[in-house]
Design a protein around this ligand. Sequence first.
Ligand code: DGL
Length: 270
Amino acid sequence: MAVGIFDSGLGGLTIYEAVSKRLPDVPFVYYGDNAHAPYGVRTADDIFRLTCAGVERLWDEGCDLVVLACNTASAAALKRMQETWVPEGKRVLGVFVPLIEALTERQWGDNSPPREVAVKHVALFATPATVATRAFQRELAFRAIGVDVEAQPCGGLVDAIEQGDEILAEALVRSHVEALKRRMPKPEAGILGCTHYPLLQKTFQDALGPTVTVFSQAELVAESLADYLMRRPEFAGQGKVSKFLTTGDPLAVSDRATQFLRHQITFTAA
Ligand code: DGL
């Protein structure tokens, strides 16, 4: 048994890096659906179907707990999965809530009414599908009042990352940040609401400027998973060896993963 980590492709590796550092004794099985990435331009039904297929593959690996290290799947499919599909004894968690709790200065499980928070202007960068769900704004409204969110659908960015084209990816980040700043010139916080984007965190930070605090999910999700496993240790699994599965070409995906993470990651066919 191990903890499963699911993403449409390479982005979830940013979460894997943080959770494996925070929980070095927990084995992980990573599943990247690179053959079908990007998810961010797909319909909600399509995202639901592909995500269920990936999670089922992780269950076959003995992962009773799966983290959707993908905002697009968390926003477009997770609720439907939890309500209609996840069987007794299995758990599927998303990556949205820990980020919003950090932004709204809340501890896990604090369900008190929404209140004013320090940050007032938030720039959200996410895939077109995530932006279309408005899931981020909905979750935020449960916890905070008076926060203005401007969302930028970052078309093309996941594709460029999946293809290993760093130059194009950096150019796209700069143009998406510029487009957002035309609508919200002075955000206080920038949210990288797609797990692929922290692979370009420095470019986002440079384009946004030093006064903007950039929130990315990896460490926040790692902390919240550590907390979850302390309360539910039966989901942690045994052994130490992590494993990386892809629906894409394992050699090409391993090369790109190694390029972005700057250490060797070896994928095998899912
Ligand atoms: N990395 C994913 C996310 O966090 C999915 C991106 C995509 O496949 O479009 O949204």
